[in-house]
Ligand binder design. Structure first.
Ligand SMILES: *Cc1c(COP(=O)(O)O)cnc(C)c1O
Length: 447
């Protein structure tokens, strides 16, 4: 339990970037739900059965069978995590000058599209960028905008359409089956493949079950299968709804694309029957993908996120509503209206949660998604200024979460006194991981 003084020292050493903290200086770690969950006894037991054959291991076939059964896709290519799946798929099918539509690109997805020299275009429905409006499927794609993108860009320059389920960067909001069907129709019209960024497919399936008419009596597994049946492939980080600490995959129906992906895989990840993973990892993912579709697990998962959201909202703190599946998103723009986007209100709030209570969340705002001005002016702001408190799966207890709520409420009561930050060092892409900051002194002068 680091003291307040120790936390202050740790912040300075990390350049006020919470990614730079040593984890033992964090009390409750809500930085991400990626790979941070607790694995089940069945997963650990499965790891003891790991077959470490270089080629054709039993563990690979167990993994492949599970992914095929859940998704229905014909070709399954393991990768060490989600971004490796993105890199391989985009290297295979995205060219310079292309446009890739998504409801909202996740940070690594955007970076991998841009790395190919293509444009990553976010087409989430207007209500998806309004934190306060209560609607069941705020992750839905704007179908008219999608059609307009095809018409203005030309279908030959749109190599694929992606839909992120749930919409992580947009507040963990789900996408309806109806919306997926409509995206599919547009893709068919322009003869373009549809891929799911499937990291939280099971949470999305649960939201469809409880919110979309006609799905109440279907199992999460049946709903997930229907979601995948509308797509031509997916990328997946098994660190999310794979309930594993590492792993991912690309799955596709097109054997030519699969062949290209496998060739790239051999270059960067490993042989196609392990793809950068140990045999025991493949076992853990295979079991995790089954467990994550358990109705009781999903009910507990979504309810425990909602519990934190209800507590902080009841105290008058602005959050993205309704809460998403894996995280509570605090609306820093609404809480800190005196800090402009280019002074990073969400970063400011995230730093304060750590300073005050050792709670580590993550900025999802202008640091992560804003664009630095090439001439040194203020950054172009992101659509929203959020602090994401991601809940690791099967890890924290209710009393831990009660503590988090107390810290959030305490910090929010001092909102007016907070001042923003400036960036003093940043990388050309994915700058939020390594940027260093400096506090802006009260009164607006430099420090
Ligand atoms: C985590 C995530 C990724 C990237 O996966 P990694 O395993 O972290 O590389 C891609 N898309 C979404 C929506 C994610 O949440």
């Amino acid at each position: 339990m680091p003291t307040r003084d120790q936390r202050e020292t740790a912040l300075e050493a990390a350049g006020y970037n919470l990614f730079g903290l040593r984890a033992d200086k964090v009390i409750i770690d809500l930085l991400t739900d990626s790979g941070t969950g607790a694995m089940s006894s069945a997963q650990w037991a499965g790891m003891m059965l790991g077959d470490e054959s270089y080629a054709g291991s039993r563990s690979f076939y167990r993994f492949e069978d599970t992914v095929k059964a859940i998704t229905g896709f014909t070709d399954v290519i393991p990768t060490h995590q989600g971004r490796a799946a993105e890199k391989i798929l985009f290297t295979a099918i995205v060219d310079e000058g292309d446009v890739v539509p998504n409801n909202t690109h996740f940070d690594t997805t955007r970076a991998n599209v841009e790395y190919q020299g293509a444009e990553a275009r976010d087409l989430v429905n207007a209500e998806g960028t309004d934190p306060a409006v209560i609607l069941p499927f705020k992750g839905n794609m704007d179908i008219d905008e999608l059609r307009r993108t095809f018409e203005s860009t030309g279908a030959d320059r749109v190599p694929l359409v992606m839909v992120t389920v749930t919409n992580n960067s947009g507040g963990g909001q789900p996408v309806s089956m109806q919306n997926l069907r409509e995206v599919r129709e547009v893709c068919d019209e322009f003869d373009t493949p549809l891929f799911l960024d499937a990291c939280r497919f099971a949470e999305n399936a649960w939201f469809i079950k409880v919110r979309e008419p006609g799905y109440e009596d279907k199992t999460p597994r049946e709903i997930a299968h229907e979601m995948f049946s509308l797509a031509d492939g997916c990328t997946m980080s098994a660190k999310k709804d794979g309930l594993a600490n590492i792993g991912g995959f690309v799955a596709v129906n097109d054997s030519d694309v699969a062949a290209q992906c496998r060739n790239l895989l051999i270059l960067t990840e490993g042989f196609p029957t392990y793809g950068g993973l140990a045999g025991y990892d493949l076992e853990a993912v295979a079991r995790g993908l089954e467990e994550v579709l358990d109705e009781n697990y999903l009910k507990y998962r979504i309810r425990s996120t909602e519990y934190l959201a209800e507590k902080v909202y009841a105290a008058g703190i602005p959050i993205v509503r309704p809460p998403g599946g894996h995280a509570v998103y605090l609306d820093a723009q609404a809480l800190l209206p005196h800090i402009p986007p280019y002074e990073y209100p969400a970063q400011t709030l995230a730093v304060e949660l750590y300073r005050n209570g050792g709670v580590r969340g993550v900025e999802i705002g202008t640091v992560m998604f804003g664009r630095p001005d090439p001439n040194g002016g203020p950054d172009e702001p992101a659509a929203m200024e959020l602090v994401r408190l991601a809940i690791p799966r099967r890890t924290y207890t209710q009393s831990h979460i009660d503590y988090v709520a107390e810290v959030v409420i305490d910090v929010a009561s001092e909102a007016e006194a907070m001042r923003g930050y400036r960036i003093v060092e940043q990388a050309p892409w994915l700058r939020h991981f390594t940027a260093r900051f400096e506090p802006i002194a009260p009164g607006g002068g430099g420090s």
